[in-house]
Design a protein around this ligand. Sequence first.
Ligand code: UDP
Ligand code: MG
Length: 138
Amino acid sequence: MKQRTFTILKPDTVARRNVGGVIARLEQEGFEILGAKRLHLTTEQAQAFYAVHAERPFYRSLVEFMTSGPVWVMALERDNAVEHLRKVMGATDSQKAEKGTIRAQFGTNIERNAIHGSDSPENAKIEVGFFFSGSELV
Ligand code: UDP
Ligand code: MG
């Protein structure tokens, strides 16, 4: 069954000119890009997007990182999209991510890990809706 998920190509990916490399990999994996835009997240947007982590020790630094430069936000579609994107991304810590994963190839460490992917179909819907209106996804 086709399913949607949400991804952010994080500021490290944009700064290191890896946007094309990550998108090529996503297309090779069968994801269709339904919508994409380049944004420079405000502190308020980053705080709200990662609100679930507000009490975690890394939250402040994460918000600073995510607002440090432009990102690309994208809505993706594929069979089993949420689970498949998480698999292709690899573990949160780029240093520990499995060989061949996006985070192993393009990330630097546990914070600067190249890419965000929704962790459940429910959160995918919320996260797509955070950045896109229905008419923007074709
Ligand atoms: N993060 C961090 N330190 C940690 C854990 C996470 O800086 O110890 C950052 C990292 O950029 C990660 C994001 O916070 O992608 C969200 O964390 P989460 O546990 O949701 O990891 P993810 O779902 O992105 O793998
Ligand atoms: Mg997460």
